[in-house]
Write a protein that binds this ligand. Structure first.
Ligand SMILES: [Zn+2]
Length: 262
């Protein structure tokens, strides 16, 4: 079992690397879930610890959306020609081989057809090391020609309340053995599309425990929780395919429990 878990972690790393190499992406879901997803991706790629949630890079991305390798756009109303000009200006710099740059367009549903057209060329052949993420609540307002050039990731952020028990098991609020957890899974139809919002809830709960541990000077404990947070982060880029959701949750459960912190 230990071997297969290690193998799984390698696979997660490999896949997340691949996901990040795609230059043009659309993330569809609620504003909150797409924002969280983008923040997670940025933290994983820009933090030297792969998304530790503690360093200056991680906290700046969470709190201010600022980093020297990031241009985060969030227009209050519609996107304008000025926004596109500003994006072009960022993209005009040539980047070195290890120097990635991220452009996030929040509320991409506010892109007019004219703006979509102007973006088309950039998304089609972005210069090396540039990564675009268009966050949107609806896919329809985006031109089909633009959509066809992007990887599309669907999030469904509606229902984390329905999966409280799963979250309690994953966060050790309700401790259980792997055997009990496996039985829980067989009795349930675990959610598939909701995986990313459930992961967000699990991550938030562990982050709170991490803060608690630090507050009580339990540094070893905090260190273990940090490892768990990294595992959860890795899983956000490997959401389950239809039919593989039970395996997904079981693997995550085992990896979290392997940290053996209780
Ligand atoms: Zn960090």
């Amino acid at each position: 079992m230990a071997f297969s878990t290690i193998h799984k972690v390698d696979r997660v790393r490999h896949l997340s690397k691949k996901v990040n190499l795609t230059p043009a992406n659309i993330i569809v879901g609620s504003t909150e879930s797409t924002t969280n997803q983008a923040i997670t991706i940025l933290q994983q790629d820009l933090c030297l610890d792969g998304g530790c949630l503690q360093c200056i890079t991680c906290t700046q991305i969470t709190n201010t959306r600022q980093h020297h390798a990031l241009f985060w756009l969030s227009p209050e109303r519609r996107y304008t020609k000025d926004h596109i000009t500003e994006i072009r200006r960022h993209v005009s710099f040539e980047r070195t081989s290890r120097d990635d740059f991220y452009i996030i367009l929040q509320h991409a549903e506010r892109l007019s057809p004219v703006c979509c057209n102007a973006l088309l060329k950039l998304l089609e052949e972005p210069p090396p090391r540039y990564h675009f993420y268009l966050l949107t609540t609806k896919l329809k307002p985006l031109l089909a020609t633009l959509r066809s050039r992007c990887n599309i990731l669907y999030l469904n952020a509606e229902s984390d309340v329905d999966h409280e028990e799963l979250i309690e098991f994953m966060t050790h609020k309700k401790p259980c053995t792997p055997h009990q957890f496996a039985r829980f899974l067989t009795e349930q139809t675990p959610p598939n599309q909701d995986a990313s919002s459930i992961l967000a809830s699990i991550s938030t709960a562990w982050a709170e425990q991490h803060q608690n541990a630090l507050r009580h000077n339990q540094y070893d404990h905090a260190q273990q929780i940090k490892k768990i947070l990294t595992i959860i982060n890795q899983h956000t880029l490997l959401l389950p395919m239809p039919g593989s959701d039970k395996l997904f949750w079981r693997n995550l459960f085992l990896q979290i429990n392997q940290k053996n912190i209780f």
